[in-house]
Design a protein around this ligand. Structure first.
Ligand code: 13P
Length: 255
Protein backbone atom coordinates (compact mmCIF):
# COMPACT_ATOMS: atom_id res chain seq x y z
CA UNK A 1 0.00 0.00 0.00
CA UNK A 2 1.30 3.43 -0.94
CA UNK A 3 2.31 5.62 1.98
CA UNK A 4 0.21 8.74 1.42
CA UNK A 5 2.18 10.87 3.88
CA UNK A 6 5.61 10.74 2.23
CA UNK A 7 6.39 13.51 -0.27
CA UNK A 8 6.45 12.23 -3.83
CA UNK A 9 9.08 13.47 -6.29
CA UNK A 10 8.15 12.45 -9.83
CA UNK A 11 10.04 13.06 -13.07
CA UNK A 12 8.28 13.12 -16.44
CA UNK A 13 10.94 12.69 -19.11
CA UNK A 14 8.43 13.18 -21.95
CA UNK A 15 10.06 12.42 -25.34
CA UNK A 16 13.63 12.69 -24.03
CA UNK A 17 16.14 10.08 -22.86
CA UNK A 18 16.23 7.20 -25.32
CA UNK A 19 17.41 3.69 -24.37
CA UNK A 20 21.07 4.54 -25.02
CA UNK A 21 20.98 7.52 -22.60
CA UNK A 22 19.38 5.91 -19.55
CA UNK A 23 22.39 4.08 -18.15
CA UNK A 24 24.58 7.22 -18.06
CA UNK A 25 21.80 9.23 -16.40
CA UNK A 26 21.18 6.61 -13.70
CA UNK A 27 24.83 6.04 -12.97
CA UNK A 28 25.41 9.79 -12.44
CA UNK A 29 22.15 10.31 -10.53
CA UNK A 30 22.78 7.39 -8.15
CA UNK A 31 26.20 8.76 -7.23
CA UNK A 32 24.57 12.10 -6.35
CA UNK A 33 21.38 10.88 -4.70
CA UNK A 34 21.47 8.45 -1.76
CA UNK A 35 18.30 6.49 -0.97
CA UNK A 36 15.94 8.17 1.50
CA UNK A 37 13.15 6.33 3.26
CA UNK A 38 11.05 9.44 3.94
CA UNK A 39 10.12 10.18 0.31
CA UNK A 40 8.97 8.37 -2.83
CA UNK A 41 10.91 8.86 -6.08
CA UNK A 42 9.30 7.95 -9.40
CA UNK A 43 10.63 8.48 -12.94
CA UNK A 44 8.52 8.28 -16.10
CA UNK A 45 10.87 7.49 -19.00
CA UNK A 46 9.55 7.24 -22.57
CA UNK A 47 8.04 3.77 -23.07
CA UNK A 48 10.91 2.54 -25.25
CA UNK A 49 13.30 3.18 -22.35
CA UNK A 50 11.31 1.34 -19.67
CA UNK A 51 13.20 -1.94 -19.96
CA UNK A 52 16.68 -0.33 -20.07
CA UNK A 53 15.54 1.79 -17.13
CA UNK A 54 14.50 -1.28 -15.13
CA UNK A 55 17.93 -2.83 -15.79
CA UNK A 56 19.79 0.37 -14.90
CA UNK A 57 18.07 0.72 -11.49
CA UNK A 58 18.53 -2.89 -10.42
CA UNK A 59 19.85 -2.74 -6.86
CA UNK A 60 18.18 0.64 -6.24
CA UNK A 61 14.73 -0.48 -5.15
CA UNK A 62 14.06 3.06 -3.91
CA UNK A 63 13.82 4.27 -7.53
CA UNK A 64 10.34 3.54 -8.85
CA UNK A 65 9.24 4.12 -12.42
CA UNK A 66 6.22 4.30 -14.65
CA UNK A 67 4.60 4.85 -18.04
CA UNK A 68 3.62 8.27 -19.40
CA UNK A 69 0.51 7.07 -21.25
CA UNK A 70 -1.28 3.85 -22.26
CA UNK A 71 -3.97 2.88 -24.76
CA UNK A 72 -7.58 2.48 -23.66
CA UNK A 73 -7.63 -1.17 -24.80
CA UNK A 74 -5.79 -4.18 -23.37
CA UNK A 75 -4.65 -5.44 -26.77
CA UNK A 76 -5.67 -5.30 -30.42
CA UNK A 77 -4.99 -3.73 -33.80
CA UNK A 78 -3.74 -0.35 -32.55
CA UNK A 79 -0.53 0.38 -34.41
CA UNK A 80 2.10 2.13 -32.33
CA UNK A 81 0.20 1.82 -29.07
CA UNK A 82 1.07 0.20 -25.75
CA UNK A 83 -1.36 -1.22 -23.19
CA UNK A 84 -1.22 -1.05 -19.42
CA UNK A 85 -1.20 -4.85 -19.31
CA UNK A 86 2.02 -4.89 -21.36
CA UNK A 87 3.63 -2.25 -19.19
CA UNK A 88 3.12 -4.29 -16.04
CA UNK A 89 5.59 -6.81 -17.50
CA UNK A 90 8.39 -4.23 -17.19
CA UNK A 91 7.96 -3.87 -13.41
CA UNK A 92 6.74 -0.31 -13.87
CA UNK A 93 4.38 0.49 -11.00
CA UNK A 94 3.09 3.97 -11.88
CA UNK A 95 1.17 5.43 -14.82
CA UNK A 96 0.14 8.92 -15.94
CA UNK A 97 -3.09 9.72 -17.76
CA UNK A 98 -4.45 13.03 -18.96
CA UNK A 99 -1.20 14.98 -19.23
CA UNK A 100 -1.96 18.29 -20.95
CA UNK A 101 0.36 17.37 -23.83
CA UNK A 102 -1.73 14.24 -24.43
CA UNK A 103 -4.91 16.31 -24.26
CA UNK A 104 -3.71 19.03 -26.66
CA UNK A 105 -1.58 17.00 -29.12
CA UNK A 106 -3.48 13.70 -29.21
CA UNK A 107 -7.00 14.75 -28.29
CA UNK A 108 -7.28 12.72 -25.09
CA UNK A 109 -10.64 13.70 -23.62
CA UNK A 110 -11.88 13.28 -20.05
CA UNK A 111 -13.75 10.00 -20.65
CA UNK A 112 -10.76 8.50 -22.46
CA UNK A 113 -8.50 9.58 -19.61
CA UNK A 114 -10.85 7.82 -17.19
CA UNK A 115 -10.68 4.60 -19.20
CA UNK A 116 -6.88 4.77 -19.18
CA UNK A 117 -6.83 5.24 -15.40
CA UNK A 118 -8.99 2.13 -15.07
CA UNK A 119 -6.71 0.09 -17.35
CA UNK A 120 -3.69 1.11 -15.31
CA UNK A 121 -5.40 0.14 -12.06
CA UNK A 122 -6.51 -3.22 -13.51
CA UNK A 123 -2.91 -3.94 -14.50
CA UNK A 124 -1.72 -3.33 -10.92
CA UNK A 125 -0.24 0.06 -11.78
CA UNK A 126 -0.78 3.14 -9.59
CA UNK A 127 -2.65 5.69 -11.77
CA UNK A 128 -2.06 9.45 -11.63
CA UNK A 129 -4.71 11.76 -13.09
CA UNK A 130 -3.21 14.97 -14.52
CA UNK A 131 -5.41 18.06 -14.61
CA UNK A 132 -4.84 21.75 -15.23
CA UNK A 133 -6.20 24.86 -16.88
CA UNK A 134 -4.94 26.95 -19.80
CA UNK A 135 -4.12 30.63 -19.35
CA UNK A 136 -7.32 31.62 -21.17
CA UNK A 137 -9.40 29.46 -18.83
CA UNK A 138 -7.64 30.93 -15.78
CA UNK A 139 -8.09 34.51 -16.98
CA UNK A 140 -11.76 33.85 -17.66
CA UNK A 141 -12.17 32.79 -14.00
CA UNK A 142 -12.85 29.17 -14.95
CA UNK A 143 -10.23 27.41 -12.80
CA UNK A 144 -12.78 25.64 -10.60
CA UNK A 145 -14.99 24.63 -13.54
CA UNK A 146 -12.12 23.22 -15.58
CA UNK A 147 -10.68 21.16 -12.74
CA UNK A 148 -14.13 19.92 -11.78
CA UNK A 149 -14.96 18.95 -15.37
CA UNK A 150 -11.66 17.12 -15.82
CA UNK A 151 -11.98 15.20 -12.55
CA UNK A 152 -15.69 14.38 -12.90
CA UNK A 153 -15.24 13.31 -16.52
CA UNK A 154 -12.32 11.03 -15.72
CA UNK A 155 -13.88 9.50 -12.60
CA UNK A 156 -17.22 8.86 -14.29
CA UNK A 157 -16.36 5.41 -15.76
CA UNK A 158 -14.39 4.30 -12.70
CA UNK A 159 -15.50 2.07 -9.86
CA UNK A 160 -15.35 3.27 -6.27
CA UNK A 161 -12.21 1.13 -5.69
CA UNK A 162 -10.29 2.90 -8.44
CA UNK A 163 -11.53 6.35 -7.46
CA UNK A 164 -10.19 5.85 -3.94
CA UNK A 165 -6.71 4.90 -5.15
CA UNK A 166 -6.05 7.78 -7.54
CA UNK A 167 -3.17 10.20 -7.18
CA UNK A 168 -3.65 13.64 -8.80
CA UNK A 169 -1.21 15.99 -10.51
CA UNK A 170 -2.23 19.63 -10.86
CA UNK A 171 -0.28 21.04 -13.79
CA UNK A 172 -1.41 24.47 -15.00
CA UNK A 173 -0.82 24.43 -18.76
CA UNK A 174 0.60 27.97 -18.65
CA UNK A 175 3.34 26.84 -16.25
CA UNK A 176 4.50 23.77 -18.20
CA UNK A 177 7.86 24.31 -19.88
CA UNK A 178 7.43 28.07 -19.75
CA UNK A 179 9.47 29.05 -16.71
CA UNK A 180 6.30 30.74 -15.33
CA UNK A 181 5.84 28.74 -12.16
CA UNK A 182 2.63 28.98 -10.20
CA UNK A 183 3.14 30.73 -6.88
CA UNK A 184 2.83 28.52 -3.79
CA UNK A 185 -0.53 30.14 -3.11
CA UNK A 186 -1.74 29.45 -6.69
CA UNK A 187 -0.77 25.80 -6.16
CA UNK A 188 -2.48 25.65 -2.76
CA UNK A 189 -5.65 27.20 -4.16
CA UNK A 190 -5.85 24.70 -7.03
CA UNK A 191 -5.04 21.74 -4.78
CA UNK A 192 -7.84 22.83 -2.44
CA UNK A 193 -10.21 22.78 -5.43
CA UNK A 194 -9.07 19.26 -6.34
CA UNK A 195 -9.76 18.17 -2.74
CA UNK A 196 -13.17 19.84 -2.78
CA UNK A 197 -14.15 18.06 -5.98
CA UNK A 198 -12.82 14.72 -4.71
CA UNK A 199 -14.78 15.21 -1.48
CA UNK A 200 -17.97 15.74 -3.51
CA UNK A 201 -17.40 12.72 -5.76
CA UNK A 202 -15.71 10.24 -3.42
CA UNK A 203 -15.82 11.45 0.20
CA UNK A 204 -14.19 13.78 2.74
CA UNK A 205 -11.85 11.15 4.10
CA UNK A 206 -10.46 10.33 0.67
CA UNK A 207 -10.15 14.04 -0.17
CA UNK A 208 -8.05 14.62 2.95
CA UNK A 209 -5.78 11.63 2.37
CA UNK A 210 -5.32 11.94 -1.39
CA UNK A 211 -1.87 12.74 -2.78
CA UNK A 212 -1.78 15.81 -5.06
CA UNK A 213 1.36 16.75 -6.97
CA UNK A 214 2.15 20.15 -8.42
CA UNK A 215 3.81 20.32 -11.85
CA UNK A 216 4.95 23.23 -14.02
CA UNK A 217 8.47 24.68 -14.16
CA UNK A 218 9.59 23.09 -10.88
CA UNK A 219 13.35 23.45 -10.47
CA UNK A 220 16.02 23.39 -7.73
CA UNK A 221 15.44 27.12 -7.09
CA UNK A 222 11.73 26.80 -6.30
CA UNK A 223 11.26 23.22 -5.06
CA UNK A 224 11.33 24.17 -1.39
CA UNK A 225 8.62 26.83 -1.53
CA UNK A 226 6.38 24.67 -3.71
CA UNK A 227 6.66 21.39 -1.84
CA UNK A 228 6.03 23.10 1.49
CA UNK A 229 2.95 24.97 0.20
CA UNK A 230 -0.31 23.98 1.89
CA UNK A 231 -1.92 20.97 0.24
CA UNK A 232 1.07 20.13 -1.98
CA UNK A 233 2.15 16.51 -1.44
CA UNK A 234 4.79 16.26 -4.13
CA UNK A 235 5.90 17.47 -7.53
CA UNK A 236 5.88 16.30 -11.14
CA UNK A 237 8.95 17.69 -12.87
CA UNK A 238 9.68 17.89 -16.60
CA UNK A 239 12.71 19.82 -17.86
CA UNK A 240 14.64 19.98 -14.58
CA UNK A 241 14.50 16.19 -14.22
CA UNK A 242 16.57 15.62 -17.36
CA UNK A 243 19.78 16.71 -15.68
CA UNK A 244 20.90 14.18 -13.03
CA UNK A 245 22.40 16.94 -10.86
CA UNK A 246 19.31 19.16 -10.75
CA UNK A 247 16.99 16.15 -10.34
CA UNK A 248 19.16 14.99 -7.39
CA UNK A 249 18.90 18.43 -5.76
CA UNK A 250 15.10 18.37 -6.16
CA UNK A 251 14.84 14.85 -4.69
CA UNK A 252 17.00 15.88 -1.71
CA UNK A 253 14.64 18.67 -0.70
CA UNK A 254 13.60 18.37 2.95
CA UNK A 255 15.93 15.46 3.71
P1 13P B 1 8.20 21.31 -16.85
O1 13P B 1 8.77 20.98 -15.47
O2 13P B 1 9.23 21.20 -17.94
O3 13P B 1 7.49 22.62 -16.82
O4 13P B 1 7.10 20.18 -17.18
C1 13P B 1 6.12 19.90 -16.25
C2 13P B 1 5.36 18.71 -16.71
O5 13P B 1 4.65 18.76 -17.70
C3 13P B 1 5.51 17.46 -15.95
O6 13P B 1 4.57 16.51 -16.34
Amino acid sequence: MRDRKRPLFAANWKMYMGPHEVEAFISKYTTLFAPRDDATIVIFPPSISLVPFALAVEGRSDLEFGIQDVHTEVQGAHTGAISAAMVSGTQATWGLAGHSERRSEFGDGDAMVGTKLGRLFDAGIQPILCVGETIEEREAGRLFNVLERQIRGALEPLSEDVRRELVYAYEPVWAIGTGHTATPSDASEAHAIVREVVAAIVDEENAKAVTILYGGSVKPENIKELITAAGVDGVLVGGASLDPASWAVICDCGR
